[in-house]
Design a protein around this ligand. Structure first.
Ligand code: 5GP
Length: 194
């Protein structure tokens, strides 16, 4: 997605540890006009998929998922990072290792909000090693819902997540794939889709 790539080039800041900061338009301050275009693009790429629910993980996926959901006209449900897990069986649970904080979180989702009748589109801001998406995929499997695919705003193609998810046969759409980045240069993968 050209608009997004131009914005990353203009305002993205590469930090040590392979972290790209996009706080000025995506992760802290949010440029809603840009995110509207992102939502429309996800709708275009998953048109024809009978999505009934958008699933994301707190915190930075939520805003993007909500704006995207306006184009699908379906609810958003987000997996919560739990302090402690209650084991009375009313929640799906999984573990996710945070790329940016290097911590393992328990993640929960109420069984009320995802069932075997659902067709799920996963949305997140970044794909790095894939832990967040794999956690969400676990939850979808537990629920018996159908996974329609995953939409990612920025994939860091030099990390393993994208390959892992594609090798699982999952329909993955990343709007910008970065093949390499340093403080002074950032190279995008050339893809068929603009
Ligand atoms: P993964 O689980 O794929 O290793 O990492 C994905 C999660 O880590 C995303 O939900 C995102 O919040 C965070 N993340 C991974 N890489 C980056 C990055 O370069 N910049 C920012 N801002 N967040 C990242």
């Amino acid at each position: 997605m050209e608009l997004l790539k131009q914005r990353i080039l203009r305002d993205g800041v590469v930090k040590p540890g392979n972290v790209l900061k996009v706080d000025s338009f995506l992760n802290h301050q949010m440029d809603i006009d840009l995110i509207n275009e992102i939502g429309k693009e996800f709708k275009r790429r998953f048109s024809g998929c009978p999505v009934t629910k958008i699933l994301t993980i707190e915190a930075s996926g939520i805003g993007i998922a909500c704006i995207t959901a306006q184009y699908f006209h379906v609810p958003v449900v987000f997996a919560k990072k739990a302090q402690s897990i209650n084991l009375d069986g009313d929640v799906y649970t999984t573990k996710v290792e945070s790329f940016t904080h290097k911590k393992v979180y328990d993640v929960i989702l109420s069984k009320k909000y995802l069932t075997a009748d659902d067709h799920v589109l996963l949305i997140d801001d970044f794909l790095a090693n894939g832990c967040a998406l794999l956690g969400l995929i676990d939850i979808v499997k537990e629920s018996g819902a159908v996974l329609e695919g995953a939409g990612i705003v920025i994939e860091k193609g030099f990390q393993s997540g994208g390959r892992t998810i594609r090798e699982m046969g999952i329909h993955l759409e990343s709007l910008a794939i970065i093949d390499s980045m340093t403080e002074s240069s950032l190279v995008f993968r050339q893809t068929d889709t603009p």
